[in-house]
Design a protein around this ligand. Structure first.
Ligand code: ZN
Length: 437
């Protein structure tokens, strides 16, 4: 069976909520699909109940192998109010409903379906295609891509480019349709800030203590912004968008985003669209956990704040710390607790092939490169020198806004978009040999 819509419906019916994941049955189903088509598979697992699947189609070897990867685990549906059961995979008015429809069982269905079709139709391939379906992306990838990259890198020998999440969907802006293709992501940098001050009995108030400093620290982060940085990918995206957009007001704003002196003013004017553009233009930190004090009548000597930091490609934690100091001052200790470096640079070698393929599939849409604000499994594969392109094409209708549905209630996807994505990925497999290495 190669029908991607039926595959997606099957995939949704496996409850792979992570934690705990329990991806084994879902992976076994995908394994069966491949074996029934006569394709050899390998299961690689750190723990048997959290397996990863690898399959390979032979190419001529003229070009390095192309990796296609996706994750089968999903996030929780707890405390969400759904109009259709989240693990039903039911089709209603042309939409497939369920957890993972968008993130990313829809993508997995497209990838495996295009892969199966390439095998059945004996599509001539410029290089091998390696399909890798992993567990645990919504966790820390300790059982999935991180495990594979650290313990079994040889499966990916020679790979330069990969297709994965997150990109290829249509995005409507200022009267035009765009297809952002993810080429990079910000790096994750977790931080801890410690504020200290005099301690004592709660009955004898102290000024200038850790709590007062905490207040000033949080207010500073809330009110001030770190400086903008224009990276080449974001420049290219903004230039393409501003050339195409018809809405003159929005066009002006996007042109202003290219000028560091105008960025803050332009973001202010962008309204809801600010959320899309701002993380691509600067390093950020979000305070998420506060710990301090444990007794009503004791003024604590210190308070700790945990912060979720995100750094633009090619920047480093030291850059983030320097920018943070400018905002919060010196009277706080800041420690980097976990940093996951991204790739040293962004390689655009396969981008033009993908953009051309998308443009042919939908001549009304304009492909643009995208830097995403969060992180995907691309960061682990990048350690092997692999450049990932977020390329799960979906031609979505203008009235369907999918971003609010990701990780939320009523996640669903147009069945037509899944077919479109499968066909477009298949076409990309026909021509990935044209990439610039
Ligand atoms: Zn995902």
């Amino acid at each position: 069976m190669t029908n991607p819509i039926e595959i997606l419906q099957h995939l949704i019916r496996f409850d792979t909520t992570n934690p705990p994941g329990n991806e084994a049955e879902c992976i076994a189903y995908l394994d069966r699909l491949l074996k029934e088509a006569g394709i050899e598979t390998t299961l690689v697992a750190r723990e048997p109940h959290r397996p990863n699947l690898i399959a390979r189609l032979k190419g001529t070897g003229n070009t390095p192998p192309l990796l296609m990867y996706g994750h089968v685990d999903v996030v929780t549906t707890a405390n969400q109010d759904w109009d259709q059961p989240p693990f039903s995979g039911v089709e209603v008015d042309g939409y497939i409903w369920g957890r993972g429809a968008l993130d990313m069982k829809g993508g997995v269905a497209m990838l495996i379906s295009a892969f199966l079709r390439a095998s059945t139709e004996k599509l001539p391939l410029a290089g091998d295609i390696i399909l890798t379906l992993v567990s645990d992306e919504e966790g820390r990838s300790d059982y999935g891509s991180k495990y594979l990259v650290e313990n079994h890198p040889h499966y990916f020998d020679g790979v330069r480019f990969a297709l994965g999440e997150f990109g290829g969907f249509s995005l409507y802006l200022g009267g035009r349709k765009f297809y952002p293709i993810m080429v990079g992501e910000r790096q994750s940098c977790n931080l801890k800030a410690i504020l200290r001050g005099p301690a004592g009995h709660g009955a004898f108030p102290l000024r200038g203590g850790a709590m007062g400093k905490l207040g000033r620290f949080l207010v500073a982060l809330d009110e001030k912004r770190f400086p903008p940085h224009l990276t080449p990918v974001v420049r290219r995206m903004l230039e393409t968008m501003s050339e195409q957009i018809e809405d003159t007001e929005l066009k002006t704003r996007l042109i202003q985003l290219l000028d560091p002196a105008m960025v803050d003013m332009a973001l202010e004017q962008l309204g809801d669209q600010r959320r899309f553009f701002e993380p691509q233009l600067r390093n950020t930190v979000s305070p998420t956990i506060v710990n301090g004090g444990n007794k009503l009548n004791v003024i604590p000597p210190e308070v700790e704040v945990t912060l979720d930091g995100r750094i633009l490609p090619t920047f480093r934690p030291d850059d983030l710390l320097a920018e943070m100091r400018q905002v919060v001052g010196e009277d706080v200790e800041i420690i980097v607790t976990r940093y996951e470096p991204g790739p040293a640079g962004i390689h655009m070698g396969l981008y033009d092939v993908l953009a051309r393929t998308l443009r042919e599939a939908d001549p009304d849409g304009y492909p643009v490169p995208l830097l995403i604000s969060g992180a995907t499994d691309a960061r682990y594969f990048s350690r092997l020198g692999i450049q990932t392109y977020g390329f799960l094409p979906m031609n979505l209708p203008p009235d369907f806004s999918f971003m609010p549905l990701i990780h939320a209630a009523n996640e669903r996807v147009p069945a037509e978009a899944i077919q479109f994505g499968t066909d477009t990925i298949y076409k990309a497999l026909q021509r990935f040999g044209e990439a610039a290495l």
